[in-house]
Design a protein. Structure first.
Length: 297
């Protein structure tokens, strides 16, 4: 059995984080990191959707050729978010209901989810609940964009969805490094606290690299890069929406790991001030969020 190691000091932890980032960036660039690729049908759909005069029939035909993707599209089109309409009974109706931007988001979400569902029990445990947290931040970011009339709501959704995507990617690399160390020593190379700290320090840069690899909109990529802090010079930035949504999602309990409740409340207070959101608006956004996230299955 491996013996516990002495905790890494802050400098050592920072060095490990920096080294992991460099390894991840090189592998992403060289296509040597095990990122799930978009299914072939989804890739073809995105290529068609990038054209301003895209053919809805061509997109429909492509989706119908992939039963799993077709079910996902139908389910999204008939979700509570699209209530008030007659249910979509076929893919053509679903494509019309969703529109190009929302359809792109559904395709990207299908690609992102497998990253958060590692078959390795260590990674699965470390990232347990991270997908629910990311979905919660995505939903709130989009709701905020709609409520305040800021930018493209789907860009805000994608930024929220992928703001933590670097964490499970780096968790995979950490486990790989740990397995290599285990072959040379009977001691664990870092304790769980340092493990989590290392992910926190380094995930943002890797998340941006993943987003670029998948060619999501530039505004969403910029929001992922900048959402670590509020930007008072651009109050209505998508990054501020994601930062605020992140704090609200933590407050309602959709998060993994420890949270500082005082810090969360401070972030909510600052975000409300920057975005000009009142108590009623905040309550409306947060009410039922957990059920909305869990209801997505």
């Amino acid at each position: 059995m491996a013996q516990p190691a002495a905790p890494l000091d802050p400098e050592a932890s920072s060095r490990v984080a920096a080294q992991l980032v460099q390894i991840a960036l090189v592998r992403i660039e060289q296509d040597r990191l095990a990122l799930p690729s978009l299914p072939q049908v989804a890739t073809k759909c995105l290529e068609v959707l990038r054209k301003n005069d895209f053919s809805a029939k061509k997109v429909t035909d492509l989706i119908e050729s992939d039963p799993i993707l077709a079910v996902r599209i139908l389910r999204t089109a008939n979700s509570a978010a699209f209530g008030g309409r007659q249910p979509a009974t076929n893919i053509q109706h679903a494509v019309t209901y969703l529109g190009a931007n929302k359809l792109k988001t559904v395709l990207m979400e299908a690609a992102a989810r497998p990253i958060f569902e590692s078959r390795d029990t260590r990674i699965a445990e470390a990232t347990k609940g991270l997908w629910d947290h990311s979905i919660g931040v995505a939903i709130l970011s989009r709701d905020l964009a709609v409520l305040m009339g800021i930018g493209d709501p789907e860009d805000a959704y994608l930024a929220g969805l992928l703001h933590d995507v670097g964490k499970p990617v780096l968790a995979t690399l950490l486990l790989e490094a740990e397995n290599m160390m285990a072959m040379r020593s009977t001691k664990e190379w870092m304790d769980s606290g340092v493990w989590v700290e290392t992910l926190q320090k380094s995930h943002r840069t890797v998340g941006v690299a993943v987003a670029k690899k998948w060619a999501i909109p530039e505004k969403a990529i910029q929001a992922i890069a900048d959402c670590g802090d509020y930007d008072s010079s651009d109050r209505n930035s998508a990054a501020n929406l994601v930062r605020f949504a992140n704090a609200i999602t933590k407050r309602v309990g959709l998060y993994v790991g420890k949270t500082d409740s005082d810090e969360v409340e401070t972030l909510i207070m600052i975000g409300r001030s920057l975005l000009g959101l009142d108590d009623e608006g905040l309550t409306r956004l947060a009410t039922g969020l957990v059920d909305r996230v869990r209801g997505r299955g």
